[in-house]
Design a protein around this ligand. Structure first.
Ligand SMILES: C/C=C(\C)C(=O)SCCNC(=O)CCNC(=O)[C@H](O)C(C)(C)COP(=O)(O)OP(=O)(O)OC[C@H]1O[C@@H](n2cnc3c(N)ncnc32)[C@H](O)[C@@H]1OP(=O)(O)O
Length: 191
């Protein structure tokens, strides 16, 4: 699931909840669709932060659901809907942003990472290619050569490398959610 709360300063906080790594189960995807719609419709909300509970942003597809039929909202339109929100949306990346988790973050307008976070597109290690926009959004953001390296090796990179490559906008040693909230407050209302 995903919870919704409105913080002072008109920021909506969406928190992914699916232990242990807040993977994108059908319930989490449905929760994201519902809470993003809620933030979009709430006139008091001017910006949005998406984070994961317990210091983990998102470990990607929920591998526990791989054996069963695909249920719940698909990932691609869900991420498109986030990208299309006309209020600034930031991903607060703590712990991991892997696979679909990084693709979710790439659909956000900004990414703020904790210094110890790991990011990557490990799909290739499962015999897959990133299928939820990562093969488009990552090259647009960091260029083809660097994106191909990450997509074809599946390697995890540090927040420092992600900052250097241009995947994340800021890295912090303190609380990434607080930092992301402060960041979106500062850009709210800008075109
Ligand atoms: C289509 C495909 C799409 C959209 C994809 O996203 S494919 C990519 C899917 N994600 C991954 O391949 C990530 C796999 N996980 C890892 O690399 C690691 O587990 C980790 C880096 C996330 C954490 O590593 P570590 O701290 O060493 O801990 P463990 O490996 O022991 O894992 C801890 C528990 O988390 C469970 N886990 C990890 N990833 C997932 C996941 N994607 N879905 C569901 N559960 C996940 C893992 O099984 C461990 O559970 P327990 O054994 O403790 O019950």
């Amino acid at each position: 699931m995903a919870t919704y709360s409105r913080l002072p300063g008109s920021v909506a906080l969406i928190t992914l909840q699916n232990p242990p790594v807040n993977a994108l189960s059908a319930a989490v995807r449905q929760g994201i669709v519902d809470t993003v719609q809620r933030a979009l419709k709430d006139p008091k909300v001017t910006s949005v932060v998406i984070c994961g509970q317990n210091g983990k942003f998102c470990g990607g597809a929920d591998i526990r659901e791989f054996a069963g039929p695909m249920l719940g909202p698909p990932l691609v339109p869900m991420i498109h809907a986030i990208e299309a929100v006309d209020k600034p949306v930031a991903a607060a990346i703590e712990g991991v942003a892997l696979g679909g988790g990084l693709e979710l973050a790439l659909g956000c307008h900004y990414r703020i990472a904790h210094s110890k976070a790991l990011l990557g597109l490990p799909e290739v290690t499962l015999g897959l290619l990133p299928g939820a926009g990562g093969t488009q959004r990552l090259p647009r953001l960091i260029g083809l050569t660097a994106a191909l390296d990450l997509i074809t090796t599946g390697r995890h990179i540090s927040a420092a490398e992600a900052l250097k490559l241009g995947i994340v906008d800021q890295v912090t040693d303190s609380n990434a959610v607080d930092q992301a909230v402060e960041f979106v407050r500062s850009v709210a209302g800008r075109s």
